[in-house]
Design a protein around this ligand. Structure first.
Ligand code: 5RP
Length: 241
């Protein structure tokens, strides 16, 4: 059966990333987390096994992606062995007009940010429903938080005008990240204006107990950023500026 709706668009964004990757082959690749990243990883493995890519090692951004990549026979490595990667391909929950990103819907944003910051190139694959005018418009901002400090962080978020909610897992217990922490999903009514994302991220980082927030300001991403957005009218490759 052919994928429909946004599933088909995710597949188109992933396919374009793969095409670009074949035009610009890399040795060391970061692998994102989430349903769009998963589509990419599955196709990547197919092409890799056709001997069409000179991949030497992939760094997954979560245990979930690690299990997937291992099962598909992709070569794995770590940031310990390779602290600098050629490229990372990941998804996002929201992208604003300045290409600031909101991530963490899968609770993997801390590792995702580390891997992104280790990459010379960073490609984000999304369907057009992820393009918004202000981050936080549709999704809360996730904060990975040390369990010890959850209540204190909640109060600090409320003081910033936010509405924090502890993320729960399918079993109704607090969701636990790969690092053993919890996630506070923080709604900020009205969202965050593109020009304020970087400063607001700094305010969130300054709260003791916050391990990492899900805002990825485009100006702070060290590598070359591309957003590959699939829509009804085709796939666009967006660059900052
Ligand atoms: C996980 C993420 C994902 O990239 C984000 O949630 C997008 O996921 P999906 O492709 O399933 O919509 O940040 O922490």
């Amino acid at each position: 059966m052919r994928p429909r709706g946004s599933e088909a668009l995710k597949a188109q964004a992933a396919e374009r990333a793969l095409q670009l990757l074949q035009e610009h082959p890399v040795r060391l690749l970061g692998l994102g987390t989430g349903s769009t990243a998963e589509v990419f990883v599955r196709r990547l493995a197919e092409v890799y096994h056709e001997d069409a890519l000179p991949l030497e090692g992939c760094v997954p951004t979560s245990r979930r992606t690690e299990e997937l990549a291992r099962g598909l026979g992709l070569p794995l490595t770590t940031l310990g062995e390779h602290p600098e990667l050629d490229l990372t391909v990941d998804g996002a929950d929201e992208v604003d007009p300045q290409l600031n990103l909101l991530k963490g819907g899968g609770g993997a944003h801390t590792r995702e940010k580390i891997v992104a910051w280790a990459s010379q190139n960073y490609w984000v694959i999304v369907d057009e429903s992820k393009l918004v005018s202000r981050l936080g418009e549709r999704h809360p901002v996730p904060l990975e938080v040390l369990p010890f400090g959850v209540r204190v962080v909640e109060r600090a978020v409320q003081a910033l005008g936010g509405e924090p909610r502890l993320r729960l897992g399918p079993d109704g217990r607090p969701f636990t990240t790969d690092e053993g922490n919890h996630v506070l999903d923080c709604a900020f009514p009205g969202g965050v204006a593109p020009s304020e994302v970087e400063a607001f991220g700094r305010e969130l980082s300054a709260i003791p107990g916050v391990v990492e927030h899900g805002l990825f300001p485009s100006v702070a991403i060290p590598g070359a950023l591309r957003v590959i957005a699939a829509g009804r009218d085709g796939v666009r490759v967006l660059l900052p500026g």
